[in-house]
Design a protein around this ligand. Structure first.
Ligand code: COA
Length: 325
């Protein structure tokens, strides 16, 4: 038992239904060239009608467990980070617990921090580990396609569905050597889904109030400015040189946001592992999906140091430095 956590396994699930930029050209006035040059996205996945956020989360977690033959009944906690839960309650995590038929001694709950959900869940998992929890699953899962106004070209080209799952193990090794979370709740109107909660519960199902609304340019500027200063602060406080970083796992909202942040921090673009081209912005799922793909293709080596950064509606954001053990 330890007071930090290490990554034991990572899994993912992406629905097989692909929506390309060329498909979007037939739906709204846009072009593959505009979307690729402004965002880096070429295609995204969409859940089938009968697939819910919990189904995606369930499959991603099973994938993570199968890779290391891990018995999911060994978990002490199951956290689902999502901004698109199946229902207001019960939680999506409780449904995943039920789908897996897990034992009752496993805590399950959702965490809502929009696209920064994975960063926030890391901090919660670290806290649980310090209380004696040994195995903690953090799943980022989203079905954003149900919350998109498919007539709004400024948002519908950006998002996709998917899930990524990390099984953490408590550890005495350093693990997360740095973690800091931030928020600025005064800018809530720049990116929101206004309806569906207690503030606006009674809009009809097809109402645009249930859909994502965003002032993209403002979000872009704020994200670049705050993420670059938060990452710089992390590097300075831990006396980390850029060449000591093995890689960056950044929330996949826009390749231009990622590259602008890296440029401001003096980090070569190749350090960041990206999949936005294939999946678009999958919100809380994007970082665990990238980590799963990184582990599949390259693998993390002992002592490798990674930066994890995310930004989402709220605004909320966070930066971590993780040393693998
Ligand atoms: N296809 C074609 N043209 C489009 C378009 C689309 N899908 N979406 C917007 N445009 C048009 C705009 O209407 C505007 O036209 P105008 O100049 O005639 O008014 C023009 O393209 C430029 O729009 P602008 O919003 O300035 O573009 P941009 O370079 O800022 O890129 C975003 C727009 C949304 C891609 C970008 O602002 C962004 O990614 N913001 C951050 C969003 C985000 O990541 N949110 C999630 C955070 S977790």
């Amino acid at each position: 038992m330890g007071s930090n956590i290490r990554i034991l396994s990572a899994g993912k699930y992406l629905p097989d239904n692909v929506l390309t930029n060329y498909d979007l050209e037939k739906m709204v006035e846009t072009s593959d060239e505009w979307i690729v040059s402004r965002t880096g996205i070429k295609e995204r996945r969409l859940a089938r009608e009968n697939e819910f956020t919990s189904d995606l989360a369930y499959k991603a977690l099973l994938n993570a467990a199968e890779k290391i033959s891990f018995d999911l009944n060994e978990l002490d906690a199951l956290i689902v980070a999502t901004g698109t839960p199946d229902r207001l309650f019960p939680s999506t995590a409780a449904r995943v617990h039920g789908l897996l038929g897990l034992k009752k001694e496993i805590a399950s709950f959702d965490l809502l921090a929009a696209c920064a959900g994975f960063s926030y869940a890391i901090e919660v998992a670290r806290g649980l580990a310090s209380q004696g929890y040994r195995y903690i699953a953090v799943v980022g899962a989203e079905v954003l396609s149900r919350f998109i106004n498919w007539n709004d070209r400024t948002t519908c080209v950006l998002f996709g569905d998917g899930a990524g799952a990390i099984i953490f193990q408590s550890s005495d090794e350093p693990g997360f050597i740095y973690g800091k979370l931030y928020s600025n709740g005064s800018l809530e109107g720049l990116l929101e889904i206004p309806g569906g909660g207690s503030m606006l519960p009674s809009c009809t199902a097809d109402s645009q109030e249930y859909k994502i609304k965003m002032l993209g340019r403002e979000v872009f500027k704020y994200a670049v400015s705050e993420l670059s200063s938060a990452l710089n602060e992390a590097l300075v406080k831990t006396q980390t040189k850029v060449n000591q970083l093995s890689g960056i796992f950044a929330h996949q909202a826009n390749i231009r946001i990622i590259n602008s942040v890296l440029e401001r921090c003096g980090i070569p673009f190749e350090k960041s592992f990206n999949n936005i081209e294939r999946y678009g912005n999958t919100s809380a799922a994007s970082i665990p999906i990238i980590i799963a793909e990184y582990m599949e293709t390259q693998g993390m080596k002992q002592n490798d140091l990674y930066a994890i950064l995310s930004f989402g509606a709220g605004f909320v954001w966070g930066v971590h430095l993780y040393r693998h053990s």
